[in-house]
Design a protein. Structure first.
Length: 247
Protein backbone atom coordinates (compact mmCIF):
# COMPACT_ATOMS: atom_id res chain seq x y z
CA UNK A 1 0.00 0.00 0.00
CA UNK A 2 2.97 2.32 -0.42
CA UNK A 3 3.58 2.76 3.32
CA UNK A 4 -0.07 3.36 4.21
CA UNK A 5 -0.64 4.36 7.81
CA UNK A 6 -4.28 3.39 8.19
CA UNK A 7 -5.14 3.55 11.90
CA UNK A 8 -8.53 1.83 11.90
CA UNK A 9 -10.41 5.05 12.74
CA UNK A 10 -10.47 8.59 11.50
CA UNK A 11 -8.65 11.47 13.14
CA UNK A 12 -9.87 15.06 13.05
CA UNK A 13 -6.39 16.04 11.93
CA UNK A 14 -6.73 14.03 8.69
CA UNK A 15 -7.42 16.13 5.59
CA UNK A 16 -11.09 15.94 4.60
CA UNK A 17 -12.07 16.31 0.95
CA UNK A 18 -15.29 16.43 -1.05
CA UNK A 19 -14.84 14.01 -3.95
CA UNK A 20 -17.49 13.25 -6.54
CA UNK A 21 -17.31 9.81 -8.15
CA UNK A 22 -20.33 9.61 -10.47
CA UNK A 23 -19.26 6.40 -12.23
CA UNK A 24 -17.69 4.55 -9.27
CA UNK A 25 -19.65 4.23 -6.01
CA UNK A 26 -17.26 4.20 -3.06
CA UNK A 27 -16.26 0.73 -1.84
CA UNK A 28 -13.55 -0.78 0.36
CA UNK A 29 -10.34 -1.20 -1.63
CA UNK A 30 -11.43 1.10 -4.46
CA UNK A 31 -8.81 3.54 -5.76
CA UNK A 32 -10.36 6.85 -6.80
CA UNK A 33 -8.63 9.66 -8.73
CA UNK A 34 -8.22 13.12 -7.26
CA UNK A 35 -9.09 16.24 -9.26
CA UNK A 36 -5.95 18.29 -10.12
CA UNK A 37 -6.77 21.08 -7.68
CA UNK A 38 -7.11 18.70 -4.74
CA UNK A 39 -3.92 16.84 -5.63
CA UNK A 40 -2.07 20.16 -5.69
CA UNK A 41 -3.64 21.19 -2.38
CA UNK A 42 -2.67 17.97 -0.63
CA UNK A 43 0.88 17.86 -1.95
CA UNK A 44 1.93 21.50 -2.08
CA UNK A 45 -0.18 23.18 0.60
CA UNK A 46 -0.67 20.46 3.22
CA UNK A 47 2.61 18.66 2.38
CA UNK A 48 0.97 15.25 2.42
CA UNK A 49 2.79 12.18 1.12
CA UNK A 50 1.87 8.79 -0.30
CA UNK A 51 0.50 6.64 2.52
CA UNK A 52 -0.88 9.54 4.56
CA UNK A 53 -4.43 9.19 5.87
CA UNK A 54 -7.24 11.20 4.30
CA UNK A 55 -11.03 11.38 4.54
CA UNK A 56 -13.34 11.75 1.54
CA UNK A 57 -17.09 12.29 1.34
CA UNK A 58 -20.02 13.10 -0.88
CA UNK A 59 -23.81 13.13 -0.56
CA UNK A 60 -24.30 9.71 -2.18
CA UNK A 61 -21.50 7.66 -0.57
CA UNK A 62 -21.14 9.22 2.87
CA UNK A 63 -17.71 9.60 4.47
CA UNK A 64 -14.82 7.17 4.02
CA UNK A 65 -11.35 6.78 5.46
CA UNK A 66 -8.47 6.03 3.15
CA UNK A 67 -4.90 6.89 2.29
CA UNK A 68 -3.02 8.59 -0.51
CA UNK A 69 -2.07 5.92 -3.01
CA UNK A 70 -0.33 8.16 -5.55
CA UNK A 71 0.52 11.87 -5.53
CA UNK A 72 2.27 13.91 -8.21
CA UNK A 73 2.22 17.56 -9.21
CA UNK A 74 -1.39 17.75 -10.35
CA UNK A 75 -2.54 14.14 -10.09
CA UNK A 76 -3.20 11.69 -7.32
CA UNK A 77 -5.41 8.90 -6.07
CA UNK A 78 -6.86 7.65 -2.80
CA UNK A 79 -7.35 4.05 -1.69
CA UNK A 80 -10.59 3.70 0.28
CA UNK A 81 -10.78 1.57 3.43
CA UNK A 82 -13.91 1.92 5.55
CA UNK A 83 -17.16 3.86 5.42
CA UNK A 84 -17.07 5.90 8.63
CA UNK A 85 -20.45 7.63 8.20
CA UNK A 86 -23.32 6.68 5.88
CA UNK A 87 -24.85 9.24 3.56
CA UNK A 88 -27.30 11.55 5.30
CA UNK A 89 -28.77 14.74 3.86
CA UNK A 90 -28.33 17.92 5.87
CA UNK A 91 -31.53 19.00 7.60
CA UNK A 92 -31.81 22.69 6.93
CA UNK A 93 -33.54 25.25 4.75
CA UNK A 94 -33.04 26.83 1.36
CA UNK A 95 -31.71 30.39 1.39
CA UNK A 96 -32.98 33.08 -0.96
CA UNK A 97 -30.74 36.14 -0.92
CA UNK A 98 -29.99 39.25 -2.92
CA UNK A 99 -26.33 39.21 -4.04
CA UNK A 100 -24.07 41.57 -2.13
CA UNK A 101 -20.57 42.84 -2.81
CA UNK A 102 -18.17 40.00 -3.55
CA UNK A 103 -16.62 39.55 -0.08
CA UNK A 104 -20.00 39.78 1.66
CA UNK A 105 -21.57 37.27 -0.74
CA UNK A 106 -18.71 34.83 -0.21
CA UNK A 107 -19.02 35.20 3.56
CA UNK A 108 -22.77 34.57 3.27
CA UNK A 109 -22.12 31.34 1.31
CA UNK A 110 -19.57 30.13 3.85
CA UNK A 111 -21.70 30.89 6.90
CA UNK A 112 -24.85 29.53 5.27
CA UNK A 113 -23.12 26.25 4.47
CA UNK A 114 -21.92 25.92 8.06
CA UNK A 115 -25.45 26.65 9.32
CA UNK A 116 -27.08 23.96 7.20
CA UNK A 117 -28.37 25.69 4.08
CA UNK A 118 -29.39 23.02 1.57
CA UNK A 119 -29.61 25.26 -1.50
CA UNK A 120 -28.67 28.87 -2.21
CA UNK A 121 -31.08 30.78 -4.46
CA UNK A 122 -29.76 34.23 -5.47
CA UNK A 123 -32.52 36.66 -6.42
CA UNK A 124 -32.61 40.08 -8.04
CA UNK A 125 -34.55 42.68 -6.05
CA UNK A 126 -35.13 46.36 -6.78
CA UNK A 127 -32.20 47.31 -4.56
CA UNK A 128 -29.81 44.51 -5.47
CA UNK A 129 -26.41 46.16 -5.91
CA UNK A 130 -24.83 43.57 -8.21
CA UNK A 131 -26.16 41.25 -10.89
CA UNK A 132 -22.87 39.41 -11.38
CA UNK A 133 -22.01 36.15 -9.66
CA UNK A 134 -19.33 33.52 -10.19
CA UNK A 135 -21.20 30.25 -9.51
CA UNK A 136 -18.05 28.13 -9.77
CA UNK A 137 -16.22 30.17 -7.17
CA UNK A 138 -19.24 30.21 -4.86
CA UNK A 139 -19.56 26.42 -5.13
CA UNK A 140 -15.85 26.10 -4.30
CA UNK A 141 -16.38 28.23 -1.19
CA UNK A 142 -19.38 26.11 -0.19
CA UNK A 143 -17.29 22.98 -0.73
CA UNK A 144 -14.46 24.24 1.47
CA UNK A 145 -16.97 25.17 4.19
CA UNK A 146 -18.58 21.71 4.00
CA UNK A 147 -15.15 20.08 4.32
CA UNK A 148 -14.36 22.12 7.41
CA UNK A 149 -17.71 21.82 9.21
CA UNK A 150 -17.97 18.05 8.57
CA UNK A 151 -21.33 18.00 6.86
CA UNK A 152 -21.76 15.19 4.33
CA UNK A 153 -23.10 17.18 1.39
CA UNK A 154 -22.45 20.47 -0.36
CA UNK A 155 -25.35 22.87 -0.97
CA UNK A 156 -26.24 23.62 -4.56
CA UNK A 157 -26.33 27.14 -5.98
CA UNK A 158 -29.23 28.04 -8.27
CA UNK A 159 -28.97 30.50 -11.18
CA UNK A 160 -29.68 34.15 -10.45
CA UNK A 161 -33.36 35.04 -11.07
CA UNK A 162 -35.66 37.98 -10.37
CA UNK A 163 -37.44 37.71 -7.02
CA UNK A 164 -40.81 38.16 -8.75
CA UNK A 165 -40.14 35.16 -11.01
CA UNK A 166 -39.10 32.96 -8.09
CA UNK A 167 -42.18 33.90 -6.06
CA UNK A 168 -44.46 33.31 -9.04
CA UNK A 169 -43.29 29.69 -9.21
CA UNK A 170 -43.03 29.11 -5.45
CA UNK A 171 -45.35 26.29 -4.21
CA UNK A 172 -48.07 27.45 -1.82
CA UNK A 173 -47.35 24.55 0.50
CA UNK A 174 -43.64 25.33 0.90
CA UNK A 175 -43.30 27.85 3.78
CA UNK A 176 -40.93 30.69 2.96
CA UNK A 177 -39.95 32.92 5.89
CA UNK A 178 -39.00 36.46 4.89
CA UNK A 179 -37.01 38.78 7.16
CA UNK A 180 -38.89 42.07 6.94
CA UNK A 181 -37.40 45.05 8.73
CA UNK A 182 -39.47 46.76 11.42
CA UNK A 183 -42.35 44.33 10.97
CA UNK A 184 -43.43 41.80 13.58
CA UNK A 185 -42.75 38.16 12.86
CA UNK A 186 -45.17 35.29 13.15
CA UNK A 187 -45.11 33.44 16.46
CA UNK A 188 -46.90 30.29 15.32
CA UNK A 189 -44.23 27.67 15.90
CA UNK A 190 -46.26 24.94 14.18
CA UNK A 191 -45.21 26.16 10.72
CA UNK A 192 -41.98 24.44 9.72
CA UNK A 193 -39.89 26.67 7.46
CA UNK A 194 -38.64 25.28 4.16
CA UNK A 195 -36.75 28.41 3.12
CA UNK A 196 -35.50 31.79 4.32
CA UNK A 197 -35.49 35.04 2.33
CA UNK A 198 -33.05 37.83 3.20
CA UNK A 199 -33.26 41.14 1.35
CA UNK A 200 -30.55 43.39 -0.07
CA UNK A 201 -28.66 46.22 1.59
CA UNK A 202 -31.32 48.87 2.16
CA UNK A 203 -34.06 46.28 2.52
CA UNK A 204 -37.06 45.50 0.37
CA UNK A 205 -39.06 48.27 -1.30
CA UNK A 206 -42.68 48.82 -0.27
CA UNK A 207 -43.81 47.25 -3.53
CA UNK A 208 -41.75 44.13 -2.77
CA UNK A 209 -43.10 43.95 0.77
CA UNK A 210 -46.62 44.12 -0.63
CA UNK A 211 -45.80 41.34 -3.09
CA UNK A 212 -44.41 39.16 -0.30
CA UNK A 213 -47.48 39.76 1.83
CA UNK A 214 -49.70 38.66 -1.07
CA UNK A 215 -47.74 35.44 -1.63
CA UNK A 216 -49.52 32.57 0.20
CA UNK A 217 -46.34 30.68 1.17
CA UNK A 218 -44.59 33.69 2.73
CA UNK A 219 -44.43 34.19 6.51
CA UNK A 220 -42.84 37.20 8.20
CA UNK A 221 -39.81 36.50 10.39
CA UNK A 222 -38.77 39.05 13.00
CA UNK A 223 -35.05 39.48 13.72
CA UNK A 224 -35.29 42.03 16.50
CA UNK A 225 -35.51 45.83 16.69
CA UNK A 226 -32.07 46.62 15.22
CA UNK A 227 -31.22 47.00 11.55
CA UNK A 228 -28.80 44.23 10.59
CA UNK A 229 -26.33 43.97 7.75
CA UNK A 230 -27.56 41.46 5.18
CA UNK A 231 -24.90 38.86 6.01
CA UNK A 232 -25.64 39.26 9.74
CA UNK A 233 -29.35 38.84 9.03
CA UNK A 234 -28.59 35.54 7.27
CA UNK A 235 -26.94 34.15 10.41
CA UNK A 236 -29.67 35.48 12.69
CA UNK A 237 -32.44 34.17 10.46
CA UNK A 238 -30.93 30.70 10.03
CA UNK A 239 -30.36 30.34 13.77
CA UNK A 240 -33.88 31.57 14.50
CA UNK A 241 -35.38 28.99 12.16
CA UNK A 242 -33.15 26.24 13.58
CA UNK A 243 -34.43 27.04 17.06
CA UNK A 244 -38.03 26.96 15.78
CA UNK A 245 -37.59 23.45 14.40
CA UNK A 246 -35.66 22.25 17.46
CA UNK A 247 -32.38 21.66 15.66
Amino acid sequence: MGGARYRGKMSRSDPRLYVESPDLPFAAGLEIPLPPGQAHYLGNVLRQRVGDAVRVFNARDGEWSGCLQTLRKDRGSIRLYVQERPARPTEGVELLFAPLKRDATELLIRMGTELGVTRFIPVVTERTNTHRLNPQRLFLIATEAAEQCERLDVPSIAPLEPLKAVLAEWPDGKPLFAALERRPGEEDGSVRAAALLIGPEGGFTEAEVALLQRTPAVHALGLGPLILRAETAVCAGLVRLAVRRGA
